[in-house]
Design a protein around this ligand. Sequence first.
Ligand code: URA
Length: 431
Amino acid sequence: MNALDIIAARRDGRVHTEEEIRFLVHAVTAGTIPDYQVAAWLMAAVLRPLGVDETAWLTRAMADSGERVDLTGLPKPWLDKHSTGGVGDKTTLVLLPLLASCGITMAKMSGRGLGITGGTVDKLESVPGFRINLTPEELKEQAGRIGVAITGQTPRLAPADGKLYALRDVTATVASIPLIVSSILSKKIAGGAETVVLDVKCGSGAFMTELASARQLADCLRETGRLCGLDVWTEITDMSQPLGEAVGNALEVREAIHTLRGGGPARFRELCLLLAGEALMAGGKASERESGYAMAREALDEGKAYRKAEEWFFAQSGIASLEEVDARLPVAPSLRVIVHEGASGWVAEVDASQVGEAVLDLGGGRREKGQAIDPSVGVECLVAVGDRIEPGQPVFRIHASGEPAADHAQGRLASALRVSESRVEARPLIL
Ligand code: URA
């Protein structure tokens, strides 16, 4: 078996054998295949998508590229959540401590930003000293001690995903359902979860821009989960506008802290509660979504989730309080407020893709493999679809490294906002 034959097979649409997929994943993990050959296979796999069995084989091979965390001995349920990727999607930062404070063991594997979508690993790295490369033993020990732990892909946990993920990010090979499914589920299997709640994002700020393709992604996640022995739950949620106000790594951590404290943008808080309700039902802690929602709201309102988040951040960063975390987040040197220059009306669109691109341009994401990112930069979106808007009202706040970068982002954001003369309803969160 050799890499060239496997690339050619994919190019010609021939179904891979399980051995071929294992060979490829092993070579990626061991570093015995060059990036250009992996990138060629990835592009062929985007153009000739893997079938159901191939996707399950790839998922298992990627999960087995490292160790699997064995959570035996920890209180059940063992649950994980994941988003398929969105702009301003910081739900993990709220959901993890929220669900842990309701008695669920949350041992989570996350990734970095992909394309215009942010990644939890990058967000948490904006907190000085936050350790996001736990060993399997550390992940288990911490999840057992405080109920919540998170790690990125490491040489011991889902290393194949770590390598493929970094290449997909910079070769326009992210938006493929089988590649997304195997990437997400391999991390969930490696992290030891039994039940997984997946937020499938749909809209201009997601990899699936149409409801039909988001449904296909959700179906493929559940089917592959079934073939791999995972209990997978999916919700399709709106990603046509940024989630919450903040887009950018440190800004999003700050917004998550405000939400845990009881504030935060209403739409973001509501999505966290809806997903928490679903997770509490999936984990058997609530008999239906509504009682799960009420349980989660109480944990948030009574400060249980906030206190759990303080334990979590202390365990992985050594910073004792969320107030101190907030105070130590990096701040961009240049701040610019953009106001609405048109007539009064209703906000009809805040295009998540344009906002995501603006944040990438500001340096908040990567255009090349391994590129350093600037955690301090980003955009705050001060209006949402359905809001009434008046001339002169602030609509975006740009956090940039300097004036030229802010000018550039301002140009990009000029086409992100659309205002209608007639009333526009707020968009539903769950599609
Ligand atoms: N999240 C992941 O972990 N992988 C993907 O491919 C997309 C979103």
